[in-house]
Design a binder for this molecule. Structure first.
Ligand code: ZN
Length: 233
């Protein structure tokens, strides 16, 4: 395969876009060329099955989407005082990519909602649970899980709490409980960012949690008590 040609699945998709969607949305793209004003920031997992624009039927320009492994919000206090890229706090390495997106969307684009959206069968959550059972972290950068372990290591305290709260539970239950807890904790950690806390206090920003079931394509929404209920469409 030539490096200068698009791989076939991408070429096919782009052809459909150019021939079908782009002409139909020409006016929208013209307008978006002047700037963006998304109403919502969605932080979702990088998982290929969980696409916020698809789930919410969103047009280009509606959602500001951040994606990382396991839809994690790093705690504000994990950054050094100057928030410098590359600062190694708590051995977790640079975490500023997600924070930069939050800062831009809330402070500059002034989105009115943030949704942290977890999902079923999350590989990042599974990796965090695995780490709870096998706490030795790979030190070899060629191990194939060096960076994964460091990233999902942000979730292992929550994983240990889930294990303590559900003694004897089966693996599927533990997995789902940590998926829920991780969303709850990530929403709570959003409030550790001063620009988010002040925007929420001013009433111009609301924070939400969700969870996507994948198999039956159902969205569950986090309630005030931290539980999750399926959404009536
Ligand atoms: Zn995931």
């Amino acid at each position: 395969m030539s490096r200068t040609a698009l791989p076939e699945p991408l070429a096919e998709g782009y052809s459909r876009f150019v021939n079908q969607r782009a002409p139909a949305e020409q006016a929208l793209y013209q307008q978006l060329g002047q700037g963006q004003s998304p109403h919502t920031l969605v932080l979702s997992c990088a998982d290929s099955r969980v696409d916020p624009a698809t789930i919410f039927g969103a047009a280009p320009g509606e959602l500001f989407v951040l994606r990382n492994v396991a839809n994690l919000v790093p705690a504000f206090d994990r950054y050094s005082d100057d928030g410098h890229e590359g600062s190694e706090v708590g051995g977790q390495g640079p975490l500023t990519a997600t924070a930069a997106g939050l800062e831009f969307a809330v402070g500059h684009l002034r989105v009115s909602c943030i949704l942290v959206m977890g999902h079923a069968r999350c590989g990042g959550v599974a990796a965090a649970l695995h780490q709870c059972h096998h706490p030795e972290i790979a030190e070899d950068k060629g191990s194939g899980r060096y960076f994964i372990d460091r990233w999902v290591g942000q979730m292992t305290d929550d994983g240990r709490q889930v294990l303590a709260d559900h003694p004897g539970a089966d693996a599927d239950t533990l997995q789902q409980q940590l998926e829920f807890r991780n969303v709850r904790q990530s929403v709570e950690r959003l409030r550790s960012y001063p620009f988010i806390a002040s925007a929420e206090a001013e009433g111009r920003l609301s924070l939400h949690g969700g969870w996507f079931s994948i198999t039956d394509a159902a969205l569950w929404w986090m309630q005030d008590d931290g539980s999750f209920s399926s959404v009536e469409a």
